[in-house]
Design a protein around this ligand. Structure first.
Ligand code: SF4
Ligand code: SF4
Length: 422
């Protein structure tokens, strides 16, 4: 289904009348609002400040007046704090000061200040990733974009090649890394050709196979290194970054801009006009759908992200976040609406798991509330790619089950550590 938007240039959506800026657009502690109701804000002004080592600043994406600071249960069913800004139409904007020193520590500090997080979906604060405790020797750029429907990274690779290149060079400098590898799926020959021209980047053509974009698979296919169970890319000397993140790095360093916008693919047979769109962060999904001509009456599922790893929305109280890559409106035939039934032990989930896990067993332990048994079976290594659920004839909600269990296991381990005074 990539054909729907593959050849559509990125279009800039006009700023909405209101934006809803979430304080939780990243992994880690929510940002804390630093504005009050009634405040006038400029585009690019800090509205939420990082509240810990793993957190990120959040900025106004339009100029206007703060009308609310409120908790909203969003389309993913998560209660989050939002700063609501009403557009005053002035377009007033504020910028960071010009950088005068480009030493690694200055680059990392600018990236931290700009609120940049992993824009491939993970949302991990980039400045933390660029301050590893061990020496790394390879920077891997993720140009796989292996999810069906999504083309925002692909379009950015074609349309903002030089900006991505500059972002990569700043990131490599921040890490003190010489070896840069750009992994691009074979179905993007024009992007492969463009980046193949940079002599300081090794371009690796990846097999077109889902989930090639997962960090562990990408690292193995580009460097031959295996990230062991329970370990991270930095344990094998690698830092992985996404192309969109590289543009944010370039904009923060050269254009003095914070992260306040994103590019998403709006697609699916249920939207009138599919598009690749540049949108202000906090734009209501409803406004985006209207801008794309509206949705068909027989849409059965609305998904934030791709069809495999994205989240189906329970309502339209959803607003663009830093990590968004897609908004899909799916009709019957594109998405399953069947209710889950009992597992029939067919083994299809295990056959299709790229991490060689046994999803059916993990799920049955989780349903019984035995999260630690699921942990023993490796649930923490699940990359939530959705391949098991996609192939499950009983339509078991396996990914949701694993995501839930991982949260529970983290909670259990955290409580244990607290008890031990760690
Ligand atoms: S989502 Fe399913 S298929 Fe993917 S890694 Fe996890 S258990 Fe395996
Ligand atoms: S694919 Fe579904 S039905 Fe088959 S074993 Fe796995 S969970 Fe059970």
């Amino acid at each position: 289904m990539k054909y729907l938007t593959k050849d559509l240039p990125i279009e800039k959506m006009p700023e909405p009348a209101k934006v809803y800026i979430s304080m939780s657009q990243h992994i880690g502690a929510p940002a804390l609002p630093v504005v009050a109701v009634g405040d006038k804000v400029k585009k690019g002004q800090l509205v939420g400040e990082a509240s810990g080592a793993i957190s990120a600043n959040v900025f106004a994406s339009i100029a206007g007046t703060v009308t609310e600071i409120t908790d909203i249960v969003n389309g993913m069913g998560q209660k989050q704090k939002y700063v609501v800004i009403e557009n005053d139409g002035s377009g007033e904007e504020t910028f960071f000061d010009e950088m005068t020193s480009f030493e690694p520590k200055d680059l990392v500090e600018r990236i931290r200040l700009a609120g940049i997080v992993g824009l491939g979906g993970a949302g991990f604060p980039t400045a933390v990733k660029l301050s590893p405790k061990t020496k790394l020797d390879a920077l891997v750029i993720n140009g796989a974009e292996c999810e069906p429907y999504l083309n925002c990274d692909y379009r950015l690779m074609l349309e903002r090649t030089e900006d991505i290149y500059k972002g990569i060079m700043y990131t490599a400098r921040a890490l003190g890394i010489k070896r840069i590898i750009f992994g691009i799926e074979a179905n993007k020959p024009d992007a492969i050709e463009i980046f193949g021209k940079y002599s300081d980047i090794e371009t690796v053509v990846l097999k077109k196979q889902y989930p090639m974009g997962s960090e562990k698979h990408l690292i193995y296919c580009t460097t031959g290194r295996k990230v062991p169970c329970g370990k991270m890319p930095f344990d094998v000397g690698v830092c992985v970054q996404n192309v969109k993140t590289m543009i944010a790095v370039y904009e923060a360093i050269e254009l003095n801009l914070p992260l306040a916008k994103t590019v998403i693919t709006v697609s699916g047979l249920g939207v009138k006009n599919s598009k690749n769109l540049r949108v202000a962060l906090g734009t209501p999904f409803k406004d985006i759908i209207d801008y794309c001509g509206g949705m068909a009456d027989d849409v059965v599922k609305i998904v934030a992200g791709g069809p495999m790893m994205g989240k189906a929305l329970v309502n339209l109280n959803q607003y663009t976040r830093k990590t968004d890559s897609g908004l899909l409106l799916l009709k019957k035939g594109e998405a399953s609406t069947a209710s889950p039934t009992n597992c029939i032990n067919c083994g299809k989930c295990s056959d299709n798991c790229p991490m060689r896990l046994i999803p059916a067993f993990m799920d049955s332990y989780i349903q019984a509330g035995d999260y630690l048994a699921a942990e023993k079976l490796g649930v923490m290594n699940c990359i939530e790619c959705g391949s098991c659920a996609y192939n499950c004839p009983a339509k078991r909600p396996l990914v949701q089950s694993f995501n839930f269990a991982k949260g529970k296991i983290r909670e259990i381990r955290l409580n244990e550590a607290r008890k031990e005074g760690k």
